[in-house]
Every structure is written in structure tokens, then in C-alpha cells.
Design a protein around this ligand. Structure first.
Ligand SMILES: NC(=O)c1ccc[n+]([C@@H]2O[C@H](COP(=O)([O-])OP(=O)(O)OC[C@H]3O[C@@H](n4cnc5c(N)ncnc54)[C@H](OP(=O)(O)O)[C@@H]3O)[C@@H](O)[C@H]2O)c1
Length: 224
């Protein structure tokens, strides 16, 4: 894979997906915004190109974006998670899948509502099968930190999954857009990382913030 792989963001018209798309596009990655409506995707891509005019940014229907991408980010609300993965299973085969989806209680976003698989990341891995490497990442990064391109993020990215090489690639992609990212262990840890998002949302509500995040301390990085 190229050091700047094509990245497709399904649900890229939304808050989190468009923020990730913007950051990767600014960093020089070719990016496709995916949507259920290709026209909406094209408009979203245009809006982002107005911010980063030199970026290679296109808008496509989700299926076309998934086919185009070498890396595919799943950034839809949990209600659409299983459906989109089932529909695109063959197209997504053997690509690197980065799942940012957090299943929250629709009546109370401060409460994590894990699916029967234990986590959204595990659900994705089951639906796509073991040949397709799925990692969970960016769950704990509020979209507010993605859209302000002047901001150097003060929060870290935790990457979970059972595919070691996939995690290394996801970590490199997170670091390419300014984050410090860590291998947070196997897929079995995904409920912890996803569930932490409910805690952060609760903190935002309680303390009237927008961008609560986490920072790992006590680890000496090889370049830090
Ligand atoms: N917002 C954050 O700060 C944040 C932080 C960490 C993780 N996340 C996670 O990231 C995911 C996206 O969050 P968001 O805040 O960006 O959500 P959002 O803005 O509400 O939605 C993202 C996009 O998903 C598409 N979508 C909506 N309902 C769908 C469905 N039923 N099936 C398929 N696609 C659907 C829509 O695009 P089209 O209508 O154009 O198809 C929408 O623009 C969520 O799972 C969330 O838990 C969000």
C-alpha cells in the first residue's frame, strides 16, 4: 500500500466523518466522502475543498467510495452500522476498515449500549469476516477537534483490533493528522474504548464542554 492510500469515509457528510476527511485531505491523502446520496457527497466534498483547495477530495455514493478506497472509514450512526457493512461486505473485502462508530443509548447518549457482539468494532469484524482487518479508532475524538485545522489535538487516539499490521497502519494514519495514537490491544478491549465515549459525552454535558478527550501519560514513545 502507498504511504498515502486512498481513504474513503462512509458517512463522510456527517460531523465526525467530514472532520476526519478534512484532516486527511489537508495532509495530502486522496479522500472520498461517501453518502447514501451522491449529490450530498459531492456538495460535502466541495465544502471541504473550499477549505483545502489543493486537496484531492471527491464525493461518491457509499458503495462507489468503498470500492475506490484502499482504507475505508465507517462513520455512520450506529443505527446504520450493520446494514451498511452487510450491504458492502464484498466491496470491503481485504481493505483496511477503520470503524469509529459508538453504539449509544438513543434515549441517553451518556450511556454506552453495546450490541450483542460486545462492541460495534466486533460487530464489524464478524460481518466482514476474518480476512478483512477491522480496527476501532477515533471513538474518543470529538469532531470539534477535527474541524479546527489550526488546533493541535490534545487528545489521543486508541486503536483496537485483532490485526496487528492493520493497527500499525491505522496508528500511522492517525499520526499523519496530528494525533498521538496507541495500540490499545485486542478486539476484546473495544467495549472499553467505545464505552469511554459515553463517559466523555457525560463530562461534556456535566461540565458544559464540547471536546472532552483522553490523553495517555506514562508511556515513553520511541520518537518522543
Ligand atoms: N460526532 C462526534 O464527535 C463523534 C466522535 C467519535 C465517534 N463518533 C461516531 O461517529 C459516527 C458518526 O457520528 P456523527 O456525529 O458524524 O453522525 P452524523 O453527523 O449524525 O451522521 C453521519 C452521517 O451518517 C449518514 N447516516 C445517517 N444515518 C444513517 C443510517 N441510518 N445509515 C447509513 N448512514 C447514515 C449521514 O450521511 P448521508 O445522509 O449523507 O448518507 C450522516 O451525515 C457515530 O457512530 C458516532 O458514534 C462521533
Amino acid at each position: 500500500m502507498d504511504s498515502r492510500p486512498r481513504i474513503a469515509v462512509l458517512g463522510g457528510t456527517g460531523k465526525e466523518g467530514s472532520g476526519l476527511a478534512l484532516r486527511w485531505a489537508r495532509a495530502g491523502f486522496p479522500v472520498a466522502i461517501g453518502s447514501r446520496d451522491p449529490e450530498r457527497a459531492r456538495h460535502a466534498a466541495e465544502r471541504l475543498r473550499a477549505i483545502v483547495p489543493l486537496a484531492e477530495l471527491i464525493g461518491l455514493a457509499n458503495a462507489d467510495a468503498a470500492a475506490w478506497g484502499e482504507v475505508v472509514v465507517i462513520a455512520v450512526p450506529y443505527e446504520g452500522h450493520a446494514l451498511i457493512l452487510q450491504a458492502l461486505r464484498d466491496i470491503l473485502a481485504r481493505k483496511l476498515i477503520i470503524d469509529v462508530v459508538v453504539p449509544l443509548d438513543p434515549g441517553n447518549p451518556r450511556r454506552y449500549a453495546p450490541p450483542p457482539d460486545g462492541s460495534a468494532t466486533a460487530e464489524a469484524q464478524r460481518i466482514l469476516g476474518p480476512e478483512t482487518p477491522v480496527v476501532g479508532a477515533f471513538h474518543n475524538i470529538s469532531h470539534f477537534h477535527l474541524h479546527d485545522l489550526d488546533e493541535i489535538p490534545e487528545c489521543d487516539v486508541l486503536v483496537v483490533g485483532d490485526h496487528r499490521e492493520a493497527k500499525a497502519r491505522a496508528i500511522a494514519l492517525a499520526e499523519a493528522i496530528g494525533f498521538t495514537a496507541y495500540d490499545a490491544g485486542p478486539l476484546a478491549n473495544a467495549p472499553i474504548i467505545e464505552g469511554l465515549t459515553a463517559v466523555l459525552i457525560g463530562l461534556n454535558i456535566r461540565y458544559k464542554g464540547k471536546g472532552a478527550g483522553i490523553r495517555i501519560t506514562g508511556i515513553r514513545r520511541k520518537n518522543g
